[in-house]
Write a protein that binds this ligand. Structure first.
Ligand code: NAP
Length: 263
């Protein structure tokens, strides 16, 4: 077991894709890990490779995060394990179906995974991190949080939720020394596409998952609140976010705006 003063990192959705890249990169930086996903065998294979390559200590917590009891075991670990100082809220999925032609149970599962689990894990970790005045939460959103028109169904809405949740957490936990990063990946070459009945090759353009993970970590090291790895000109985000903030003093009003008043 590696002796390390670095915080342990709990990664959800660590069995493949972006989560597996985060696990790899944090292990190489010397952090012990707790890997969370449903596929225990896949996580064992990843952990064996990373233990051999880096010497860090890796625990595996197999859990279906849409199941409230199994989610509870992850919350318990986050609540009780003082060594955990970084949460990567990465597990997520897309769902087939559109709002016009919905698979209602698939929508409900998606909300349990992309919204409920992300919120509960951030809440549990954020509370403990704030009480000790340090810690970090990385929430994996998506570029479709900004342009939900790109995807049918409720996936974009769940990813907008992750973005605005991150902004709320930044304002609430930031003063207590907790860093919260929202990462907005573009379409990235992972299994998420095939799992939801699409082919990544139909998209025209998709980022390599290693490149995405490395870029997101540059943003993490810079302590960026929002990281959009594919956006060439960061001023575009700043302008967009600035326009939102400029509305702030005008939004709370005692009376309806002139255009809504009955004549
Ligand atoms: P992925 O390769 O399919 O990985 C998803 C991970 O989540 C897997 O480890 C999966 O593991 C886990 N997971 C899925 N359902 C779960 C459940 N019910 N309980 C626990 N774990 C579950 O896809 P990915 O692209 O890396 O996705 C990671 C995150 O990036 C997601 O939040 C996704 O929305 C976001 N994202 C992806 C893209 C993209 O184009 N790839 C773009 C923007 C944002 P098990 O199957 O073993 O449970």
């Amino acid at each position: 077991m590696a002796l390390t003063h670095l915080p342990t990192v709990l990664v959800t959705g660590a069995s493949s894709g972006i989560g597996a890249v985060y696990a790899d990169r944090f292990a190489r930086r010397g952090h012990n890990l707790v890997l969370v996903a449903r596929d225990k065998a896949r996580m064992e294979t990843l952990a064996t490779r990373l233990r051999a390559a880096t010497g860090v200590s890796i625990d595996i917590l197999a859990a279906d995060l849409t199941d409230i009891a199994e989610l509870g075991t992850v919350e318990k670990r986050l609540r009780e394990d003082d060594n955990i100082g970084i949460l990567i809220n990465n597990a997520g999925a897309a769902a087939p179906g559109s709002v016009k032609n919905p698979y209602l149970e698939a929508f409900a599962r998606l909300i349990r995974l992309n919204v409920t689990a992300v919120s509960r894990l951030a809440g549990v970790a954020g509370t403990r991190f704030a009480s000790r005045g340090e810690g970090a939460i990385i929430n994996i959103s998506s570029i479709v949080a900004l342009i939900p028109e790109l995807m049918l169904g409720i996936y974009g809405a769940t990813k907008s939720y992750v973005l605005t949740l991150s902004q709320s957490l930044q304002s609430e936990l930031g003063p207590n020394g907790v860093y919260v990063q929202a990462v907005l990946p573009p379409a990235t070459r992972t299994e998420i596409w095939e799992r939801s009945g699409r082919s990544v090759d139909d998209l025209g353009v998709a980022m390599n998952v290693d490149e995405l993970g490395d870029a997101a970590l540059v943003g993490f090291d810079r302590r960026e609140p929002i990281t959009i790895p594919s956006l060439p000109d960061e001023k575009q985000w700043e302008t967009f976010n600035g326009a939102r903030k400029a509305m702030l003093p005008n939004l709370p009003q005692k009376h309806a705006a002139e255009r809504y008043r009955l004549q």
